[in-house]
Design a protein around this ligand. Structure first.
Ligand code: ATP
Ligand code: MG
Length: 258
């Protein structure tokens, strides 16, 4: 049974998509069977894996409104072992259409359950908001992985997010766990970056991964070539950090299904 991991942070631009793409790719390259579900109407995971958003017929949206299934809508990527359920702007419609439907937070969970046993891991790349799409992701997930950019106010944002995760746990998904926190776009020469990293580690001790993702130009360039950083330039410091994170994730992350 695949473990479902939501990559979430309501703050925009902190490295959710970069982490979702590169961590799921690195885990697939470790020999695991992985599905990445793009839960963001921006479709950045979709484009970043080289899939043209405009040409899509079946997407996360069509699966959520049940005009297609995940099985028939997910596509293979250039990474062996990594499949993608793509998204485009259509997904913004789900925010509106699911609003008045009973049990609206549980749709994703229901459709994931149909394909769960096909994969070792299913990652959900969430949008930068705590709307119905992220709530669906947190309701479907076994755990949540939080990328945090080491900048001013990071700790405040993280505290708020952990509060929201507690609310989802109380209302919709009592077994939701905090998988871990990954520090992204880290710049060791920057004093603030170091101080924020220390502050987060002192508050959340064993929940913060040892692997830290540095600010790295190859990771930023890779999406424009439609490839994960770890294929575009595997030798780069950023790629190597994601490979290290993948090993740490697998060592900690495999657990019995709920
Ligand atoms: P959104 O909230 O809009 O979905 P996000 O949290 O998914 O954003 P990303 O899209 O992964 O964040 O990253 C934001 C920007 O920062 C992108 O341009 C990305 O290429 C760049 N970026 C992410 N991680 C790194 C890194 N480690 N080094 C350099 N650039 C990075
Ligand atoms: Mg994103």
């Amino acid at each position: 049974m695949g473990k479902v991991v939501a990559v979430a942070n309501q703050k925009g631009g902190v490295g959710k998509t970069t982490t979702a793409i590169n961590l799921s790719s690195a885990i697939a390259l470790e020999g695991k069977s992985v599905l990445l579900i793009d839960m963001d109407p921006q479709g950045n995971s979709t484009s970043g894996l080289g899939v043209d958003q405009g040409s899509l017929k079946s997407t996360t949206y069509s699966c959520l409104v049940k005009t297609s299934t995940i099985q028939e809508s997910s596509i293979e990527t250039s990474v062996a072992g990594l499949s993608l359920l793509p998204a485009n702007a259509d997904l913004a419609g789900a925010e509106v259409e699911l609003v008045n439907i009973e049990g609206r937070e549980g749709h994703l969970r229901t459709i994931i359950d149909e394909i769960r046993e096909k994969y070792d891991f299913i990652f959900l790349d969430c949008p930068p908001a705590l709307g119905i799409l992220t709530i669906n992701a947190l309701t479907a997930a076994d755990s949540v992985l939080i990328p945090v950019q080491c900048e001013y106010y990071a700790m405040e944002g993280l505290t708020r997010l952990i509060g929201s995760i507690d609310l989802v746990r109380q209302s919709f998904n009592s077994s939701l766990e905090l998988e871990g926190i990954v520090l992204t776009m880290y710049d060791s020469r920057n004093t603030l970056s170091r101080q924020v990293a220390e502050q987060i580690r002192s508050h959340l001790v064993d929940k913060v991964y040892q692997a830290v993702i540095p600010r790295n130009v190859s990771l930023a360039e890779a999406p424009s070539y439609g490839r994960p950083g770890i294929l575009y330039n595997v030798a780069s410091a950023g790629s190597q950090a994601y490979v290290t994170l993948a090993k740490e994730f697998i060592a900690h992350g495999e657990k019995s299904p709920r």
